[in-house]
Design a protein around this ligand. Structure first.
Ligand code: GDP
Length: 520
């Protein structure tokens, strides 16, 4: 039976340590009547999100893949798509954001807008993903709420429209003023935030000591915001001009239920999607999905590739035979699974907005479309401008075959971009990355998974522009420029610096030199 409950599919974007894992747990806690958050997140080891999720799955019947956490709230199904947590910026995160309909921007009240948050925000802006802002850690001393609003406006250019306003300054979190109803939502601490934080709604005229003074200050600021026109407007929010803001303490579970309510009330549901040829799929049309993440090496016994796909339209049923748009070949989904660590559970059905893991997906690459019914192909997941380049060669020439296979695999997973040219030959591909950590991942996986040691040698390029075969011919032999071809066929001209890119464009006005979306 298809599950027809409405969907919300979102990701949390934040700088490391802003509280993403804490918030994720708190959201799942609110979504199900479970009493002990502490039992799940095993205090000492906060990095173990993966095992946390496994524990959650067992404890609460929440369905999890390592790519997404799914839970029920009110009459909805919510999909929280995981963004990679490492501090270095890599392309994975961009791709994950192509699978969501909205994003929650989590801001540490003490730190304001940090670099990784800003970068991730840019990707949301580029893709037109509406953003809800959560100011976290309000239980700790930090910036003033008005200062934070100025920072948001200044740094990301969106008009903040607070839906709640804190009662008590940062470090003295008593509750919030609900700007839509004018009520005081009063929070009460519980030990370590381990249980659902109780909240009480109090009418505007009924706020008593010891909260009266903090309340009066909040009311005053709320009125200032009103005069300033900083009120929520759904149309402007969806158009990416404003961001609704709320205040929370994920650690104490303050504001977490409000965030879930907001997601249901304001965040967009999965919508119609346009294919490359202009054909449109409504969510109620035949099944279609696109792959946003590919993972392998999950099971050392058989090197299986798992493709995570977001359902764009229709209903998925395990066993369906779908068409792989890139090759036109049929693909049997008899092994569709929610795979988690070593545990696997079969996904029987999924709806538009849900994330499925397709096993045995050796033909599927990031960005690929699968569908049933009339043919459809979704636009490729955008690639971003690489800024770091290395040549790679087999560290052990006797293991060249393994080296070659490993590079091919990592290329298909989108771990790095792989560039080649006749001049350099096939044995020395150039690896291009948005963030330098991508090379570490390559090195680690080549050594441990493919048993093929790899040698890197840094290249002096910093800037890449898209060109074509004509450009490749025209730019051949020019100093400080090299044209290579990416495995998807795109020609990339690499330049030692911006200046060289500019002067080359000026000196060769007929050559196509297109900027790629900026990444890191
Ligand atoms: P992530 O790196 O974004 O996943 O951050 P974590 O969820 O691991 O949190 C980083 C640190 O901040 C941990 O020590 C958390 O306990 C702490 N933290 C998270 N949310 C809050 C909060 O609302 N208040 C306070 N005081 N600490 C928090």
């Amino acid at each position: 039976m298809p599950d027809s409950r409405p969907r919300r599919t979102f990701a949390v974007i934040s700088h490391p340590d802003a509280g993403k894992s804490t918030l994720t747990e708190a959201l799942a806690l609110h979504a199900r009547a479970i009493n002990e958050a502490g039992a799940v997140h095993g205090k000492g080891d906060r990095r173990g999100t993966v095992s946390d999720w496994m524990a959650m799955e067992k404890a609460r019947g929440i369905s999890i893949t390592s790519a997404a956490l799914q839970f029920a709230y009110r009459d909805h199904v919510v999909n929280l798509v995981d963004t990679p947590g490492h501090s270095d910026f890599s392309e994975d995160t961009y791709r994950v954001l192509s699978a969501v309909d909205s994003a929650v921007m989590l801001v540490d009240a003490g730190k304001g807008l940090e670099p990784q948050t800003l970068k991730l925000f840019q990707v949301c802006a580029l893709r037109g993903i509406p953003v809800i802002t959560v100011i976290n850690k309000w239980d700790r001393p930090g910036l003033s709420a008005l200062e934070l609003m100025d920072l948001i406006h200044e740094k990301i250019g969106l008009r903040p429209t607070p839906l709640t306003w804190p009662v008590g300054e940062a470090g003295d979190f008593r509750g919030v003023l609900d700007r839509r109803t004018g009520e005081f939502v009063k929070y009460t601490r519980t030990a370590g935030g381990a249980t659902r934080a109780p909240e009480r709604r109090i009418g505007p005229g009924e706020v008593e000591e010891p909260d009266a003074q903090a309340w009066a200050a909040a009311v005053e600021e709320h009125e200032l915001l009103e005069l300033d026109g900083a009120d929520h407007d759904q149309r402007r929010f969806l158009a990416g001009a404003t961001t609704p803001v709320m205040f929370a303490s994920a650690l104490q579970n303050f504001g977490v239920a409000q965030l879930l309510d907001l997601l249901l009330d304001l965040a967009p549901a999965p919508g119609a999607t346009t294919g490359v040829d202009g054909a449109v799929r409504q969510v109620t049309d035949d099944f279609s999905a696109f792959v946003f993440k590919v993972q392998s090496g999950m099971n050392a016994a058989h090197r299986d590739r798992l493709a995570y796909a977001r359902v764009v339209s229709g209903s998925f049923e395990r066993g369906m035979v779908v068409t792989h748009a890139a090759t036109g070949r049929p693909f049997a989904t008899k092994f569709a699974q929610a795979v988690f660590g070593r545990e696997t559970t079969s996904v029987e059905t999924a709806e538009a907005g849900d994330i499925i893991g397709l096993v045995n997906a050796n033909a599927l690459r990031v960005g690929d479309t699968v569908y049933v019914g009339p043919s459809i192909e979704y636009p490729p997941v955008p690639t971003f401008a690489p800024e770091h380049f290395m040549t790679a060669s087999a560290g052990d020439i006797g293991r060249y075959k393994q080296f070659r296979r490993g590079i091919e695999q990592l290329d298909q997973e989108g771990v790095v971009q792989v560039l080649r040219s006749d001049l350099r030959g096939d044995q020395n591909p150039v690896l291009a990355a948005v963030g330098p950590m991508q090379f570490e991942v390559v090195e680690d996986r080549m050594t441990n998974e493919f048993n093929a040691p790899i040698r890197f040698s840094r290249l002096d390029y910093q800037v890449a522009r898209r060109t074509d075969a004509g450009g490749a011919a025209a730019l051949a032999g020019i100093r400080g420029v090299e044209v290579l071809q990416r495995s998807d066929g795109t020609h990339l001209a690499l330049f030692v610096d911006q200046w060289r890119a500019k002067t080359t464009a000026r000196d060769h006005p007929d050559v196509m030199l297109e900027a790629l979306p900026a990444g890191g």
